[in-house]
Each structure stands twice: as structure tokens, then as C-alpha cells.
Write a protein that binds this ligand. Structure first.
Ligand code: ADP
Ligand code: MG
Length: 979
């Protein structure tokens, strides 16, 4: 809407109607909200809000005035919730401007006020899937550059889960982006200053951030990084800067949690985190009224100790969401692994896939538990059966806290609680340490967290991930923890509420007999009153001789005697007429009035008592929120591990051997998702493949033979000692699948899941990187070459010898020689400097030459068979380089004219000859020696070799500045001459 219209409208409205004056006042106070203004039976929206809402909800746009300068649209009050829910899902904020007086009772204009602000992060979406979470994120930024510290608080109102973390240093921003991408909050809070900076795309450089879906032709790659912050989160809300100060946040949190210090929650020394958390609580208090009792604790978590998956890898590997939005979720690893019985289990599985463990003790503990359950069908089935009826405890509790739980929900909670002892007993039948720990009863959390961190530091002495703590450095308030089956609470509910309560509380009869003496008495009174009425009816029928006479009740007239018109002559004189209808007349008598009064007072009073008792019950449930959440956490883990065990047994998966080393080996591995989909669609069998890689730890490798390739030729170890597999072969051969399979098996293993392979041996991985060359993503119109290079830079800057790097078709997005050169140099860098286990799928056959030069690189190829009927992809990966002429063969089979094929062969020969000469010139040294920088530079421009030699020969320390300048000028002249 143009400002002109706005001003016009504002002026006219101000002149014309008081309602619009109210509207403008409300809108001015909540400019970022769609204003739902209650007028009679409708919520009306005006001006720009009306235009937006009519577009998003497909409502008819009308206007308040004839000139159509004041657009408006409306939704019926009673159906408003669904419309509101739809708008929230699209990321809008909504303010409800309600009538504060009953229009019937006032002659003046009804007073209107904004009573609630609804936002995606503060309203629980009734359509929320069990495995989804409704995260509200809050980000607090301190400092900049290398000194920056970013606090991130995450709160899920639907379950009450509240956690917080901090990122520090120059990588803080990219870590934040990755974390946001993983968590996918529906709304994000930031200080006004922060949002402004983001909006201009000027935040500290987001190095290592990623390409996201973005419309083609949108701004360049630099903005892509800025957008990355934006894209995952639909709603960004600015709060005033002071909200993010520790002075404000800390007391607020202390009040909310009812504690004297935040140290026990792990927040000591984490100011930015505390401020972020405080801002979240502030925001909830501001937008909602009450209902925050279940937010009673927070935990500080750290990413260390986890297998780090950056945002791009999470996407490319399709861990929890399909790569192409709109595609079915069946392509995800989550879908394939989800055999969980409970919603808590599903949510944990999803979260675990995004942060697998990187701690040996942790992974082993899970695998032990899974192994025991996998091998014991009866016990496993018993455990899974016991969890069968367990509903979403956390969500139910959330609804109790938000006061939206009716008696039936509370009863459902009781039924779920009733199943817990069964779950606990089933867990007790297992012996693995993790099962014992999960089923253990009552311990203080402080004890557990200290024990965990000591356990983990012993795990760490084996060397992984620096200061790694357990994946769950859970430090919560001093609550009783352990598997608390909460029999007391269950008893309390089922002893308070009747077995089959009415849906609506107002219908009464929710509370059991025997709970409250007065209630029982009142009910008795009501019952005897009703009996008395029945007796009156019977007696009056006799007395008047009107067989159809009835005693009835309605809310306006209370109790009355109804007689049809035809019988009205027989009505006795002592009846008082109350109302005349078309066919009947209604009467009352003093006796009836007396009973009416008794019954109604009794009902009113018993309603009050029921409400009071229900409120008390609600309160005690909320007091037990901490116990319930801890138990829910345990049930979630039990469920997830039992589900892994179930899959292992069902699908014949094996236990991976995990260790702290650089190895990655599997024999006859299968891609879990592709295999499952092929089975389901009857599309043939997945061809198993093996892999064997070993990361190289910067010269101090486990195997001293590194670097001396000739010595190992032919020996089986030669395969093992490769850290890089370079995979070539035709399109559709299975390269990408092979790469992803390797990563997925690693993710599964480090989640504690068994894997689809005959055997797997894995040295724990600290990070996984997955990059896909530009052209594979052209369909999405998102990836530019620049973005691909940004991603590659992130790998080369942050990968370690413990990492797993997947590069698929790198360098496709640019000219052949550019792409080839970059790919070449990248492989060398990975080989020399990083030593990460690397799978590099490429269409650049030239790269296969690297095998001769790089000791720890081996060629692999995907195989095909040519038959008379055409090409058959065998999908087997075997050692060796792919045949170079393959592309032309495919073209021939595809029916390209013979002349074209022949000419293509000629051209190819020319190119090959030229290339061999050049590359040959670049390969003067004995194989086995590390390639010097000269080799890298001269690959395609042998003429510069001379210059390179000169530079190499210079004694830099002995040069005066002038000599250096002269040398530089000379070199430049020479370069100019040679090109
Ligand atoms: P590339 O990356 O070499 O072009 P892809 O990995 O995309 O090939 O695989 C092409 C097709 O082959 C996919 O449809 C995939 O499902 C199928 N495929 C890949 N590997 C296997 C395998 N090991 N067994 C059966 N089918 C496979
Ligand atoms: Mg591919």
C-alpha cells in the first residue's frame, strides 16, 4: 500500500469512524502484525493487512468505502482459528484486537484492545507432526570478528524444552547458521540492531555458509550468505536492544525458573547465552498471558562431542528432509530409520541424525544396547509393546501448562503414565550398561552430569575432538532424575477424574465421586431434585389428566411445565403462565420454582468445585513437569535404541566396529534409503559395494609406509592406506549413490545404529562434508559456481584428518580447464595438508593421472556392460580408472550420426595428445615423492616453469627490498613476453 493511501485512509478514517480510530491506534502499537479487529461476529482486516490476508487465505477483498481506498476482508469469529493457523504457518504475526465490552451493554462505541499477539514461535500449531518441533530461536550477538560470541536459545513451547548454547570466535556466525539450518526454528528473535545488520546483508562474513533455495536471478553469491540466515527461518522478530542485556535477562530467568543462580544449569560465564534465553522468556511473557509454568529449566549444550554436520551436508545427504522440496519424505534417512513407537522417540531420532555422537564410549554404549535387544526377540517385542500406547507426554504436558488441556487430555496423560511401569520393567530385563542406566531410578541430576563428564573424559583420552564432552552435557535443576514411572501422579489423576470424562468441562461430571464430600452432596441434591421433578411430572399428569404434560428445562426459562395447545383448557388455575408458543404453553408453579432454585444452585456450586479440583490437579501436574520431562527423555532414548534394534534384526544389519583411528571400511555395504525404495517399488536389487579408506594424520600416520607407494604395490594394505578414492565412470553409473552411502553408514554407525553391510569398521569421524558440483543443482536454480567454491573453501579451511569429505562432480560449473585445475589442486591439498578420508566423484578423467603422483590416492570406477540391447549399469565400484572414450560410446548408442561420432573421436585424440605432453612435462619427478608447487602451476602452462624455477631459487632472507622489487618487475616482464 502506498503511503498516500495510508495517509488518506488514516485521515478519512480518523474523521469518519471511531472504530477506525481504534484500529489505527492498535496498528500503530503493533505495526509488524496482521491486525485482526473484532467487529461483531467477524474479525476484520484493513488496508495492507487485508490485501495480504486475502491473498494468503484466498478471501474476497472488499472495501469499506465506495472509492475503494480502504480495502478490507474478514473471517468469521468462530472459524478464525484455522485461518490464523494458516497465516502463522506462513510465518506471519497476528494481533487480536478484541471488544473489551459487551456490545449489548453499552450504548457508546465498544472499547477495543489488543489482547494477544500470536506468532509462529509462541503458538502451538495444532497440526504439528509428532516428529516436528516448534522452535522459537533467540540470538544474542556480542562483539565482532574473532572476538564475537553468539548466544542461541531454543525453546519449544509445545513440549517446554528449552536449551541454549554459545558460539565463539570467527566461525561463530557460520556455526550459528548451521545450527539454525539443523533446528529449523519457526521464528527467530534478535536485537533490533542485529536484524538491521542482517537485513542489509552486512553481518560479519558468513564464511562457509551455503547455498540455499533461492529464486534464480536473485542477488549475487555474497548476499546468498546473508540470505542463508534468512531462508531457514520464516519469521524474524526484532526486540529492543536492552532486552538482550544480562542485567535484564538474568533476574528474569531466575524468576521464571524459581532458582537463585543459573550456574546449576550450566550458564555460568555464558552471558550471551543467558541474554538470548532471557529475551525468549521476555517475548513469551509479552505475547502470551501465563501458561509458562512448564518452562521451568534450561540446559546448556555444546556441539563438541558430536559428529558435526554442516547445513549443506544435512541437505545433500537428505538426513531428515528431501533435497527437493515437494518430493516425498521417503527419500530421507529419517523415514528409513523411523521404527519408533512414540512421538518422543521420533523427535529424538530426528535430532540424533542431525548430531550423531563422536565419542567412542557413547557410540559403544548405544551399540551394546542395540546389540543386546537385537538379539533378543521376545524381550525386544515386549519392550516395544509396552511403549505402544505411550502418547506424547511432553506435548500433553505442554497443553496442560498452556491451559488448553481438557479432562480427556489429562486422562490420556494418565493412560500414558500407566504404561510407564511396563516400559521400565521391560528395560530392566536387559543388561547392557545403557539399558541399566536408562531404567535406573531416582538420582540427582548433579550426580549424573558429573559422572557423565568423567566417563567422557576417559573416552577422550583416546584422542578425538579435543575437549569433547558427552553429546548430552545435560545439566538441569536439582530434580529427581532417573526413570520415574510416576505411579503417584497416575494414581492421582485416575482417582480424581472419571473414566470417561466429557469433552467439555462445562458439561460437568468430570470429577469422581468420593473426591470431595461437598461435591458428592451437591450431586446427590441435584439427583434427588431431578427425581422430585420426575415425581412432579407424574403427579401433575394424574391431576390434570393431560398425558403429554412434561417437565422441561432450558437455559433461558429454567424449569417449566409444558402443555400442548390442544390441552390448554385442562390447565389448573394454580399454574402460572410463563411463555406461549405456537403449539404449546409453558407454566410454572411455586413448588417447581423452589426445586429449580435448589437444582441450579447445586449445579453452579458443584461446577465451581469441579473447576477448583481440576485446577489443583493441573497444578500438581505442572509441579511434576521436571520429572515428567526427564522420564520422557528416557522413554525417547529407549524407544530410539529399541527401534534401531528392531531394524537391525528385521533387515539383517550388522554392528559396526567403531574405534579411534583413521579407518573407514565396509564390505558389501548398501545405501539404506535407495535399497529400501528399490525393494518397495520392486525395482530390482541394490548392488552392494565395499570401501576402504584410511585418513592420514599429517605424517604421523598409523602406517609408516605412507608415501612409499611402490613398496606396497599389490599388497592388500595398499588399498587400505588410501585416504582419497577418486571415482570415475559414466553418468548414471552410481557414483553419487556410492558417495552418499558411505556418509550415511557413518552417520548411522555414530548414531548407535547397526548398518546395512556385511561388515563395517569405522574410525570415528569428527565432521562430514558433502558438496555437489553446480550442475547437479541447476534444476533448483540455486547453486552458482561461486557458492560451490565457497563451500569448498569451507572444507579446505576446516576439515581435519578425522573428517569424511565427499566431493561430487566438483568444478562442473565453470570452464573445463578452470574446473579441472581447481579440482586437481583441491585433491592435492586434501591429500597433502588435510589427509581426510575423501571420496571424490568426477567426470574429469584427467584427474585419474593423480594416482601415479599421490601416494594415498586410488582410482575407482563404476562399471557398465555393453550389450546388444544397450548399456547395462552394473553399479559395481571397483579399482581402476574409467575408460575415457565412454562418453562417445554412449553417444553412439544413443544414435548420434556416424559422421559426428567419427569427428568427435578425432578431436578427442588431438586433445589427448596435447594434454599428455603437457601433463607429462609436469611430471618430472619420481612417483612417491610429494609434488612440489612447481608441478601444480605448470600443469597447463609449461612456459611459466622458468619463472617458477627462478622464484624457487631465490634466497628470500638475503634480498633487499629493492632487489625484491626489481626481481618482481623482471618476472613480470618475462611473463608478459611469454604469454
Ligand atoms: P552417477 O552419480 O554416477 O550419475 P547415481 O549415483 O546418480 O549415478 O545413480 C544412478 C542411478 O543408479 C540411480 O537411480 C540409483 O538409484 C542407481 N544406483 C546407484 N547405485 C546403485 C547400486 N549400487 N545398486 C542399484 N542401483 C544403483
Ligand atoms: Mg552423480
Amino acid at each position: 500500500m502506498s503511503d498516500a493511501i495510508k495517509k488518506d485512509g488514516a485521515r478519512e478514517a480518523a474523521e469518519q469512524t471511531p472504530v477506525m480510530r481504534q484500529y489505527f491506534a492498535a496498528k500503530a502499537a503493533h505495526p509488524d502484525c496482521l491486525m485482526f479487529c473484532r467487529i461483531g461476529d467477524f474479525y476484520e482486516l484493513f488496508y495492507e493487512d487485508a490485501i495480504v490476508a486475502s491473498r494468503e487465505l484466498q478471501l474476497t477483498l472488499t472495501a469499506r468505502d465506495r472509492e475503494k481506498k480502504q480495502p478490507m476482508c474478514g473471517v468469521p469469529y468462530h472459524a478464525a482459528e484455522q485461518y490464523i493457523q494458516r497465516l502463522l504457518r506462513k510465518g506471519y504475526r497476528i494481533a487480536l484486537c478484541e471488544q473489551m465490552e459487551d456490545p449489548k451493554l453499552t450504548k457508546k462505541i465498544v472499547r477495543r484492545e489488543v489482547t494477544r499477539v500470536l506468532t509462529p514461535g509462541t503458538v502451538v500449531d495444532s497440526g504439528l507432526g509428532a516428529e516436528q518441533s516448534n522452535w522459537l530461536a533467540s540470538v544474542c550477538v556480542r562483539g565482532s570478528g574473532g572476538a564475537s560470541c553468539v548466544g542461541l536459545a531454543l525453546l519449544d513451547l509445545s513440549t517446554g524444552e528449552f536449551r541454549v548454547t554459545e558460539f565463539a570466535g570467527s566461525a561463530a556466525w557460520s556455526q550459528l547458521v548451521d545450527e539454525l539450518e539443523r533446528v529449523r526454528p519457526v521464528e527467530m528473535l534478535m536485537a533490533e540492531a542485529g536484524i538491521a545488520v542482517l537485513g542489509e546483508g552486512k553481518q560479519p562474513t558468513l564464511r562457509g555458509t551455503t547455498a540455499k533455495d533461492r529464486p534464480p536471478n536473485s542477488a549475487g553469491p555474497h548476499d546468498a550468505a546473508a540470505d542463508a540466515m534468512f531462508e531457514g527461518v520464516r519469521t524474524k522478530t526484532a526486540l529492543e536492544d536492552w532486552v538482550f542485556t544480562a542485567d535484564y535477562a538474568v533476574p528474569l530467568l531466575l524468576r521464571q525458573f524459581g532458582v537463585h543462580s543459573l550456574d546449576g544449569m550450566g550458564l555460568a560465564g555464558h552471558d550471551a547465552a543467558a541474554a538470548a534465553a532471557g529475551a525468549a522468556v521476555h517475548y513469551l511473557q509479552k505475547t502470551m498471558q501465563g501458561g509458562l509454568e512448564h518452562i521451568d529449566t534450561i540446559r546448556f549444550y555444546e556441539r563438541s562431542g558430536c559428529l558435526v554436520l554442516d547445513a549443506v551436508s544435512v541437505r545433500n545427504l537428505e538426513l531428515v528432509e528431501p533435497l527437493f522440496s515437494g518430493e516425498s519424505a521417503q527419500t530421507t534417512l529419517f523415514h528409513t530409520l523411523d521404527a519408533c513407537c512414540t512421538p518422543m522417540g521420533k523427535r529424538l531420532l530426528r535430532a540424533t541424525l542431525l548430531r550423531p555422537a563422536a565419542d567412542l564410549a557413547e557410540v559403544e554404549a548405544r551399540l551394546d544396547a542395540v546389540g543386546e535387544a537385537a538379539g533378543d526377540l521376545p524381550r525386544r517385542e515386549e519392550l516395544r509393546r509396552a511403549m505402544g500406547g505411550v502418547l506424547d507426554m511432553e506435548r500433553l504436558l505442554g497443553r496442560v501448562a498452556l491451559d488448553s488441556a481438557g479432562p480427556r487430555e489429562v486422562m490420556a496423560l494418565a493412560e500414558t503414565l500407566a504404561r510407564l511401569p511396563g516400559v521400565r520393567d521391560a528395560v530392566w530385563s536387559f543388561k547392557a550398561a545403557r539399558w541399566v542406566e536408562l531404567g535406573r531410578q531416582g538420582r540427582s541430576s548433579a550426580e549424573i552430569s558429573t559422572r557423565r563428564s568423567t566417563e567422557n573424559s576417559t573416552g577422550n583420552s583416546t584422542g578425538l575432538a579435543g575437549d569433547a564432552r558427552s553429546f548430552s552435557t545435560v545439566i538441569s535443576t536439582a530434580q529427581a532424575v532417573g526413570f520415574d514411572a510416576m505411579e503417584d501422579l497416575q494414581r492421582r489423576i485416575s482417582e480424581t477424574i472419571v473414566d470417561e470424562p466429557p469433552i467439555n468441562f462445562a458439561d460437568g461430571g468430570v470429577i469422581r465421586t468420593g473426591v470431595d464430600a461437598e461435591l458428592d452432596e451437591l450431586r446427590q441434591l441435584g439427583r434427588s431434585g431431578r427425581q422430585a421433578l420426575a415425581a412432579i411430572e407424574e403427579r401433575e399428569r394424574q391431576r390434570t389428566g393431560i398425558g403429554s404434560l412434561k417437565v422441561r428445562f432450558n437455559s433461558v426459562f429454567g424449569y417449566y411445565l409444558e402443555v400442548t395447545k390442544a390441552n390448554s383448557r385442562s390447565v389448573p388455575a394454580d399454574y402460572e403462565r410463563k411463555q406461549t408458543l405456537v403449539n404449546a404453553e409453558r407454566f410454572t408453579t411455586p413448588e417447581l420454582k423452589e426445586y429449580e432454585a435448589k437444582i441450579l444452585t447445586a449445579q453452579e456450586r458443584s461446577g465451581e468445585i469441579e473447576r477448583r479440583i481440576f485446577a489443583e490437579l493441573r497444578k500438581s501436574l505442572l509441579e511434576a513437569a521436571g520429572r515428567m520431562r526427564e522420564t520422557a527423555r528416557r522413554v525417547a532414548e529407549i524407544d530410539m535404541l529399541a527401534s534401531f534394534a528392531h531394524l537391525a534384526a528385521l533387515r539383517g544389519w550388522v554392528r559396526p566396529e567403531v574405534e579411534v583411528s583413521g579407518l573407514l571400511e565396509f564390505v558389501a555395504g548398501r545405501h539404506p534409503v535407495v535399497e529400501r525404495r528399490m525393494e518397495e517399488s520392486g525395482g530390482g536389487r541394490f548392488v552392494p559395494n565395499s570401501i576402504s579408506l584410511e585418513g592420514w594424520f599429517g605424517g604421523s600416520a598409523a602406517n609408516p609406509n605412507h608415501g612409499d607407494k611402490t613398496a606396497m604395490n599389490g599388497a592388500p594394505e595398499s588399498v587400505r592406506c588410501s585416504s582419497i578414492a577418486l571415482i570415475t565412470g559414466p553418468n548414471m553409473g552410481g557414483k553419487s549413490t556410492y558417495l552418499r552411502q558411505a556418509a550415511l553408514l557413518v552417520v548411522m554407525a555414530q548414531c548407535g545404529c547397526f548398518v546395512p553391510a556385511e561388515r563395517m569398521r569405522l574410525g570415528l569421524v569428527d565432521r562430514i562434508y558433502t558438496r555437489i558440483g553446480a550442475s547437479d543443482n541447476v534444476a533448483r536454480g540455486r547453486s552458482t559456481f561461486m557458492v560451490e567454491m565457497t563451500e569448498t573453501a569451507a572444507i579446505l579451511n576446516t576439515a581435519t584428518a578425522r573428517s569424511l569429505v565427499l566431493l561430487d562432480e566438483m568444478g562442473r560449473g565453470t570452464a573445463t580447464y578452470d574446473g579441472l585445475s581447481l579440482a586437481w589442486a583441491t585433491v592435492e591439498f586434501l591429500h597433502e595438508r588435510i589427509g581426510a578420508r575423501t571420496l571424490f566423484a568426477t567426470h574429469y578423467h584427467e584427474l585419474t593421472l593423480l594416482e601415479e603422483r599421490l601416494a594415498r590416492l586410488k582410482n575407482m570406477r563404476v562399471t557398465v556392460k555393453e550389450t546388444a540391447a544397450g548399456i547395462v549399469f552394473l553399479h559395481t565400484v571397483e579399482p581402476g580408472a574409467a575408460s575415457k572414450s565412454y562418453g562417445i560410446e554412449v553417444a553412439r548408442l544413443a544414435g548420434l550420426p556416424v559422421g559426428v561420432i567419427a569427428r568427435a573421436r578425432e578431436v578427442l585424440k588431438l586433445h589427448e595428445r596435447a594434454e599428455t605432453q603437457q601433463v607429462g612435462a609436469a611430471l618430472p619427478r619420481a612417483s612417491g615423492e610429494l609434488p612440489g608447487p612447481a608441478l601444480q602451476m605448470t600443469m597447463f602452462t609449461p612456459l611459466s616453469q622458468k619463472i617458477v624455477d627462478r622464484i624457487a631459487a631465490v634466497d628470500v632472507d638475503g634480498l633487499t627490498p629493492r632487489e625484491a622489487l626489481n626481481l618482481l618487475a623482471e618476472l613480470q616482464r618475462e611473463l608478459g613476453a611469454s604469454s
